[in-house]
Design a protein around this ligand. Structure first.
Ligand code: PLP
Length: 410
């Protein structure tokens, strides 16, 4: 074995082990974005049911123009981190627009949702503090907890009783934080935000929510699930992203002024990284304005999602407790989920099999995400195709009725 092989051999072995468990992932190149929420992949046109571009804003002319104008006026880069000379008037404008949209005093931008979560959690929580996190929270929340060196517990998904037990036990901690996704990214179900706000009040904890999949989709102003459930004031830390429904890139944290000012001083992912560049800020600003002014796309999206879900459920497919534009179909077995995705692709549908470690072992599934860019006729055909292939694979008709599924959106 030469030196090069001594390096690559163990890497090859690790890849082969992943392959053997049907867990190896590969990058899929998108050759073009096409109208109607479609993509071209390997020369074929597919309906894209895996994108987070829930409102179809990523290709919207208004965002593109705003990005171009910001680049023309300010340049391609921000030239420094925020605390040095990277805070442009544009950052302040977008932060003010986000705070206003959220109905909260202040906001701060982060370069990504991942960086927001690790920056906030590790910036506020330290050794000896306690964090209680929903089992299905996004990986960036988990990484933030690890970085923080606080003690953390992952309570069973949406299990308020178990959470209350932990709150009772740790009520004396210096800082006690409950953290949850508002819309769960893989199951497409909702966190019980009202109940969580009541619990945090009772036990003197803090509550942080991640609205990555809810921003732009829920609420009268499109600000997220907290707004839709009218519980904004009961939540201390509001995090969300611009990278999904808002069509571009970046993230925000909103809340009380001292929270935001402390994050400027404590969030290392904010402090030690170059500020978001002007074209992205331009797109962000345009997206906030569009979302505020036009509820029609999110209304259409949620109505289409309801129809899509009902069609799959009526055929006996298991969509878990989805109540959103994210609709899973539970498969269970890793290789079966890959086979399902492969057959869907042959039939013109782009949907990705989600496997462990993103979901628990035995929880492999297809995850469909809808967009306001999708046409009703394409979605109807997609649902029919999913049902047909699901039947061929013996998946339809196996779903148990879920008494836990309840409608939480008024
Ligand atoms: C996508 C996502 C993130 C990360 O956001 P990025 O801007 O893509 O880094 C964080 N939390 C949740 C729940 C997400 O779905």
């Amino acid at each position: 074995m030469n030196n090069q092989e001594r390096f690559t051999e163990p890497l090859q072995q690790e890849l082969a082990a992943l392959e053997a468990q049907h867990l190896r992932r590969r990058l899929q190149v998108i050759e073009a974005f096409l109208p109607g929420g479609k993509v071209r992949v390997e020369g074929r046109e597919l309906l894209n049911l895996s994108s987070n571009d829930y409102l179809g804003l990523a290709g919207d002319g208004r965002l593109i123009q705003a990005a171009q104008e910001a680049a023309a006026r300010w340049g391609a880069g921000s030239t420094a981190s925020r605390l040095i000379v990277g805070t442009l008037a544009l950052h302040e404008q977008v932060e003010a627009a986000v705070a206003d949209l959220k109905g909260l005093p202040r906001a701060v931008l982060f370069n990504t949702g991942y960086m927001a979560n690790i920056g906030v959690i590790a910036g506020l929580m330290a050794k000896g503090d306690v964090i209680l996190s929903d089992k299905l929270n996004h990986a960036s929340i988990i990484d933030g907890m690890r970085l923080s060196e606080a003690t953390f517990y992952r309570y069973p998904h949406r299990d308020l009783e178990r959470l209350e037990g932990l709150l009772r036990k740790y009520a004396g901690a210096r800082r006690l934080l409950i953290v949850t996704d508002s819309v769960f990214s893989v199951d497409g179900d909702l966190a019980p935000l009202r109940e969580l706000a009541a619990l945090k009040e009772r036990y003197g904890a803090w509550l942080m929510i991640d609205e990555a999949h809810a921003t732009g989709v829920f609420g009268d102003k499109g600000s997220g699930l907290a707004e839709a459930l009218r519980v904004t004031g009961g939540i201390d830390i509001h995090m969300g992203t611009f990278s999904k429904a808002l069509g571009s890139f970046g993230a925000y944290v909103a809340g009380a002024a001292p929270l935001i000012e402390l994050l400027h001083n404590r969030a290392r992912s904010f402090i030690y990284s170059t500020a978001l560049p002007p074209p992205v800020l331009g797109a962000m600003q345009a997206a906030v304005k569009i979302v505020r002014q036009d509820p029609a796309p999110r209304t259409y999206l949620l109505e289409q999602a309801r129809l899509f879900r009902l069609r799959l459920q009526d055929a006996g497919l298991d969509t878990l407790d989805s109540q959103t534009q994210i609709i899973p179909v539970l498969v269970g077995d890793n290789s079966l989920s890959l086979e399902f995705a492969r057959r869907l692709r042959q039939a013109g549908l782009m949907a990705v099999a989600i496997r462990p470690p993103t979901v628990p072992p035995g929880g492999a599934r297809l995850r469909f995400s809808l967009s306001a860019a999708h046409r009703p006729e394409d979605l109807a055909l997609a649902a029919a195709t999913i049902i047909r292939i699901g039947r061929e694979m013996g998946l339809a008709g196996t779903a148990s009725v879920r008494p836990g599924a309840r409608q939480m959106i008024p």
